[in-house]
Design a protein around this ligand. Structure first.
Ligand SMILES: [Zn+2]
Length: 491
């Protein structure tokens, strides 16, 4: 009996503590201030926070000055509150043309010049299989063009087609080639889609000299070019790639940190992150609006991180907090991926990433946590959300692969447990599509009472995780459990 009474009173004490935490956040939360951050970041003035437009700078400097104002500190190794990223902004060539065996391939139609300088003249073609290391053995590429297939025998997903590019360009260059032309022959990935996406201004991480080689995709679904080459009937092509512009620009992740209070646990970091970029300006909609304000995607998340900076700078938890506003998520997770490859805090010291990203919401009684249930801290997220008066649900559309499509995956794939805290949605329905990547995604169409609850729940969830006694980890059997074990040195 005694034992039971004790544990009951302990339970009551824990309950009171939980209530105290959420009440403290409720009391200290400044609604007007948070909404003013939100209105500014999603304002027309910032022109949709596009990393290839100058107005993104105003967003970055606003976030940095709020971090500073609230007392979050600069991260050692950063430039002030920024992690600077060398971006390359490139436009398609004015003329992009290759003539192979009497047939002309043109930019945007059956040809895409992806990177590199202009190229003119006739060059010999050499088949290099998939363009991987072994494919170059015994072949002379000096002054010639390497012709390969896109992807690799076991890697044909759209993501793999892109990510293999950098390594293949490097190999072609090392072997003396003057260009790399890949045959796009994958029926499962529609060329039209690829072409629409790539035949416009692109932002990539500047590869330096390694990227200094013309890199071209040619649509050849029937493999006719390579079979002609194999027959020995054709081994030359005429190139006319003119006026492609490649401009180095500087990108900025905004980062800061708050020291934890526990002498041992303060060496561990909980990363609170959200991307602050959006898709910029486009064609006007029916109302004549051409600015994509991106209130849901992802000004609301950026404000959540700013609010967390304010609360935790005044009320630090046991573990340290790393705050990050990523750039260029919409260009392919560039900012978060750059940080994960060039971490200012060692990744093994980042024990959890509570990321935020949003398409929209269709249910203001819930919060949707992408990946809920995959880590041992997730019960704390659910608890925090309930204490604010909402309910946490897991990803309702796993077939969309959302977990692997936002900044959290930049960390998850290195082993850091990393769910994404999203506005409440139960399906990708018309209500979501009304706003998702549309001009209508603005603060005017946002339920601000719901925003305030969302922001409070995020702080409370982060606080619980930063104070939990054991270190959070992936649940057994998770896709990222193995890489997590090697990151943290768990046997
Ligand atoms: Zn987003």
């Amino acid at each position: 009996m005694k034992k039971i009474t004790l544990s009951l009173s302990m339970l009551l004490a824990i309950g009171k503590l939980a209530i105290a935490q959420s009440t403290d956040i409720e009391n200290k939360f400044n609604r007007e201030e948070a909404i003013s951050h939100f209105s500014y970041l999603a304002s027309d003035e910032l022109k949709g926070r596009d990393p290839i437009r100058p107005e993104i700078e105003m967003a970055a400097s606003y976030i940095a000055s709020e971090f500073e104002k609230y007392g979050a500190k600069q991260v050692p190794g950063a430039t002030g509150y920024y992690q600077l990223i060398p971006f390359m902004m490139s436009t398609p060539p004015k003329t992009g043309e290759i003539v192979i065996d009497g047939q002309t391939y043109e930019q945007g139609e059956t040809l895409l010049v992806l990177s590199g300088p202009d190229l003119e003249g006739s060059y010999e073609l050499v088949d290099v299989g998939f363009g991987l290391e072994a494919d170059y053995e015994g072949k002379d590429l000096k002054g010639k063009i390497a012709v390969s297939n896109v992807g690799a025998p076991d890697q044909m997903s759209p993501a793999a087609l892109f990510s293999l590019g950098a390594e293949k360009i490097k190999l072609a260059k090392e072997n003396g080639a003057v260009g790399l032309v890949e045959m796009f022959n994958i029926p499962s990935v529609p060329w039209q889609l690829v072409s629409r996406f790539l035949n416009r201004t692109q932002l990539t991480i500047d590869q330096g000299e390694a990227g200094d080689l013309p890199y071209i995709w040619v649509k050849d679904s029937k493999n006719s070019i390579k079979s002609e080459m194999a027959k020995g009937e054709m081994d030359e092509a005429r190139f006319k790639i003119q006026k492609k512009t490649n401009q180095a620009i500087e990108g900025k992740n905004v980062v800061a940190w708050i020291e934890g209070t526990d002498p041992a646990l303060k060496n561990e970091f909980v990363l609170l992150s959200a991307h602050y970029d959006h898709v910029g300006v486009g064609e006007p909609d029916a109302n004549g609006d051409s600015i994509f304000n991106g209130a849901r995607d992802n000004a609301v998340g950026t404000v959540a991180v700013i609010n967390a900076a304010k609360y935790f700078a005044e009320n630090p938890p046991k573990r340290s907090i790393l705050l990050a506003a990523w750039t260029a998520e919409e260009k392919g997770l560039l900012g978060s991926a750059y940080f994960a490859s060039n971490p200012l805090i060692p990744l093994k010291d980042i024990i959890f990433n509570l990321n935020i990203d949003n398409g929209g919401y269709n249910d203001t009684s819930i919060i949707t946590v992408i990946g809920l249930g995959r880590t041992t801290a997730d019960n704390l997220i659910s608890e925090a959300v309930s204490e604010i008066g909402l309910k946490a649900i897991s990803d309702p559309a796993p077939e969309q692969g959302l977990y692997d499509r936002s900044d959290n995956v930049s960390f998850a794939k290195h082993g850091v447990p990393a769910p994404t805290f999203s506005l409440g949605f139960t399906a990708f329905d018309d209500e979501i599509n009304k706003y998702y990547h549309k001009q209508a995604d603005s603060v005017e169409s946002f339920d601000l009472d719901y925003a305030v609850k969302y922001w409070k729940a995020y702080i409370l969830a982060a606080q619980k995780i930063a104070n939990m006694s054991e270190k959070p980890f992936w649940v057994p059997g998770d896709k990222y459990e193995g890489v997590g074990k090697s990151l943290y040195g768990i046997k």
